[in-house]
Ligand binder design. Structure first.
Ligand code: ADP
Ligand code: MG
Length: 356
């Protein structure tokens, strides 16, 4: 169902995105590393999950954010190896990886004990499977969280991935990221000190729906649940919510349940407010000035000088260098974008909620 608010797993529950699927599947087949980028709620996890199901070989989905949370804010080799074993053992039950047990993996003449294994051992084993079954893919959703792997900003994992890149042709990686700049920084393709320096990878970008597609999406979704909704209501909804599928789905679902435009919109905005508040709290932990800057930008203070005035009025003095670095980070995290010297909030729903 198009209006199901969870990330989609099946192609028939997805609206459009043919180009993204095609590009992602091609990347998966042809490149050792493919990255899928786009702002929050645009549909990355859905596209990734569906593509992994459609992929011919074995694809393993890992949620880096969940791994990070499970480790209480860090991520260790043993957590990752354990999670991989658990997923592979699950796939084993489905019949095509019979040698995988939680206590021992024996496949194609290789045998390892997950408890004692390094991530490289697991990569080599997967590469061995890939030799027979076609390239094995490890897909890390919200991969910017892998920077919390080990104690060196994720470099230990990157070193393993670089080794796989150079020496294990039957193992591939997919990374998604809502915080595009952080993902790029983490991978460090342009950074001499990064293990992945200079490697070639494929990049697929997921954008919000255009105006036209947003309206068609709502129209199709309502049709699917047997509801006839006026063109005017659909247009008003898109005026308010723009083209981010996550908000459109939320609205469609609420309208379907409540049969009332105004109530559906209010419920959607209330849900959005809760989600965005949580995200702002996370940001505030990194710096209390982030929410102030976002608020300033949302209120239309788009230039450097007025942003600084606002932030200083609310939060005390700040140096130019510090403000510059906070603004740059907000860009990297996908909250704001800079155009012709002016800053803007990327997601109009976020903008409205910040304005209060
Ligand atoms: P992301 O991973 O980019 O944050 P998700 O894949 O979690 O985004 O999608 C956010 C919400 O939008 C989910 O409820 C999902 O079901 C819905 N969604 C995203 N893209 C589509 C699409 N093309 N068709 C239908 N629903 C979608
Ligand atoms: Mg996601």
């Amino acid at each position: 169902m198009l209006f199901d608010p969870r990330p989609k797993e099946k192609r028939e529950d997805m609206f459009d995105r043919d180009r993204e699927f095609e590009e992602l599947l091609r990347g998966m087949e042809e490149y050792p590393i493919t990255i899928l980028i786009g702002i929050r709620r645009v549909g990355k996890s859905s596209i990734l999950k569906v593509a992994l199901r459609e992929y011919d070989g074995i694809g393993v989905y890992l949620d880096a954010r969940r791994l990070y949370a499970a480790g209480g804010g860090t991520m260790s080799q043993s957590i990752l190896v354990e999670e991989l074993t658990r997923i592979l053992a699950g796939k084993g039950r489905m019949g095509f990886l019979a040698g995988v047990k939680l206590e021992r993996i024996s496949l194609g003449g290789i045998s390892i004990k997950p408890r004692e294994a390094t991530i490289i051992d697991v990569f080599e084993l997967l590469n061995g499977i890939g030799e027979r079954s076609g390239k094995v893919l490890l897909a890390f959703d919200e991969a910017q969280y892998l920077r919390f792997y080990g104690s060196r900003g994720g470099k230990d994992l990157l070193a393993g991935i670089a080794y796989a890149y150079d020496s294990l042709p039957n193992l591939g990686f997919v990374f998604t990221g809502s915080e595009v700049g952080l993902l790029h920084d983490f991978m460090g393709i342009d950074d001499y000190s990064s293990p992945l320096f200079g490697r070639v990878y494929d990049e697929v970008e997921v954008k919000p729906f255009t105006r036209e597609l947003s309206e068609e999406f709502l129209w199709r979704g309502f049709k699917e649940v047997g509801l006839s909704v006026s063109r005017g209501d659909i247009q008003r909804a898109v005026d308010e919510l723009d083209g981010i599928p996550g908000w459109l789905v939320e609205f469609g679902f609420n309208y379907w349940k409540k049969r009332n435009f105004q109530k559906a919109l209010e419920t959607t905005m209330a849900k959005a407010r809760t989600m965005i508040k949580e995200e702002l709290l996370e940001l505030e932990k990194r710096s209390p000035r982030y929410p102030l800057i976002l608020k300033a930008v949302a209120m239309g203070l788009s230039r450097w000088g007025v942003i600084r005035d606002y932030v200083e009025a609310k939060g005390g003095p700040i140096t130019n260098a510090r403000l510059a670095s906070l603004l740059k980070n907000l860009e990297k995290m996908g909250w704001i974008r800079k155009e012709n010297g002016e800053y803007r909030i990327i997601d109009p729903v976020v903008e409205r909620i910040l304005r209060g």
